[in-house]
Design a protein around this ligand. Sequence first.
Ligand code: HEC
Ligand code: HEC
Ligand code: HEC
Ligand code: HEC
Length: 498
Amino acid sequence: MKKKLFAISAAALLLVPVTVALSAAQDLGEGNLRFKNLPQYKSYLKNNESTEMTEYAGSVPHNKHDGINPLPVGYKHAQPYLKNLWLGYPFSYEYKRARGHSNALEDIMHIDRVDRYSEQAGLPATCWNCKTPAIPDLLKTHGDAFWSSNFHDYRTQLDYEKHSIGCQNCHDPENKMELVITSVPLSEALARQGKDWREASRDEMRSLVCAQCHNEYYFETKDHGVAAKPHLPWDKGMNPEQMYEFYANGQANPDGFKGAFVDWTHAVSKTRMIKTQHPEYETFHDSVHAAAGVACADCHMPRIKIGTNVTISSHHWTSPLKSEEGIKAACLTCHSDKTPTWMRQRVEYHQQRVWRQLNIAQEKSVRAHEAVRQAMEHPEVNQKVLAEAREMVRKGQWFWDYVSAENSAGFHNPTKAMDTLAKSQQYSDEAVQLAIRATNYAIASKLDAPIQELVPPIMEHSRKLQQSQAHLDSHPWLKYLPKLPEAELVWDGNKKLR
Ligand code: HEC
Ligand code: HEC
Ligand code: HEC
Ligand code: HEC
């Protein structure tokens, strides 16, 4: 959930007119307020709290690339090269830590990833899919044209308090609050695997409700499905190799991309990239805990006391490590022979090691882009070998992002996280070797320097800054970006400014 707001598929944007006008504002009802007398609602309100961090996670929004400024602007375990790695894609403008579900609408309406400098968001309404329980109503009114309509058209209808992620995303109020799947993309992904969530066990549902949003996806195009509708790339499996293969060989599957799938082209190395988004469910699905039958809700929705004899499922979805009480409720139910301190240290043991390799993989990805850049600028280059180098850049970064975009710093599946990062490093190293070979070793000595000297991290970048030539001149990689026309903000949250 990289408040991380969701990605734009560049391919979708090029092929799809995102301007279908669907203005008629609709009354979306009381939403979550309809349930305010239930005790679960009171626990849900705790999602508003965003003041606590843990060693590697927590709920204080901060810039994930900034390790210089203290929280809430930056974070001690920052990933300094994020803006470099996503250059040319809106993720490079702003990327923040996730916080509680009740903030989802407010946060997506303020992120610089969504263009607020023009009437046309350049972003389809499909991004609301994982931010509000109003989607079934909107689909009823607008049909499949909803997905590719203009994101801005719904800002004023969606009230933060009533319509942020809530009860009706996971429950059917007309049927005793049974757990249900309301996400169309998830139902369809399961159907393609021959599964129907209506036949899932209670334990499976306790993870599937989360899999509605905590997963990787791309947007269909009108040539291959419904314009801008989210699609989960699970047909070959949920591991990074399998999803990469799905994206590489579209012809082999019913969605049939024409050639390899592309989210955006990297501004500097001109590599056709894929962005991973928050693959929590995919990371978790073959972990030690999943194999033992543990569900997301076991750790993130433990039973809590609300009176002497009454317990409910906590509806405060957050890190279980924030307090001793949290760890007791979430972990010691099963790990009853351990103390909260032992449990926390055990999690951090995994996270620290994953984090170390994550940052090495990240630097190797930057070096891979730089090697391709230098090869491109070299007067004589073997284009065929350069194309092979780009393929390795794309693959290396996809494997890195599978772990980077996942929000547990590896805890959900430490073994897979380490394997994925090792592969990322191998692919990126191969990209560098290929780029060097493409110039007949001419660039080898120029690349022989620490990455921080070769390519400094880009610390400042935003849509506003991209309107200034001085900014574009401030870093060798920013020179590859086009200058944006000067413009003022049009939208601030759900208020129109001009
Ligand atoms: C065995 C317990 C366990 C299970 C099962 C589990 N998680 Fe987690 N989850 C954790 C721990 C521990 C962390 C790391 C928290 C930290 O570092 O503070 C975490 C972190 C997260 C985070 C990031 C929290 C933050 O503060 O930013 C998200 C999101 C998340 N999990 C979602 C899920 C989803 C979705 C599932 C099911 C697919 C799941 N988890 C299954 C224990 C679990
Ligand atoms: C992200 C999915 C999700 C959302 C959103 C959600 N719930 Fe739940 N809810 C669950 C899960 C999972 C359970 C546990 C069900 C089980 O174990 O069978 C649950 C259980 C319940 C129960 C059964 C009693 C209990 O505490 O276990 C009630 C009642 C309930 N939720 C009400 C609400 C209300 C009211 C809201 C909105 C404020 C809400 N839920 C939002 C997933 C969700
Ligand atoms: C409708 C989409 C949706 C569903 C369903 C959903 N999530 Fe989330 N989740 C999000 C989004 C979006 C965010 C980030 C919100 C923000 O930062 O404003 C988030 C954030 C989180 C966080 C981070 C909270 C923090 O304090 O930092 C955790 C943990 C989490 N979700 C766990 C779960 C679990 C467990 C389930 C299933 C029981 C679940 N989510 C179901 C969309 C969803
Ligand atoms: C519903 C039961 C259950 C819950 C809840 C649970 N675990 Fe586990 N956990 C297991 C089982 C089963 C294993 C498998 C190993 C075993 O049999 O001891 C395991 C293994 C582990 C391991 C070792 C494997 C690995 O991945 O390194 C760690 C660490 C761990 N759990 C941490 C936690 C933490 C932290 C929490 C709470 C956030 C938690 N567990 C909650 C059942 C649970």
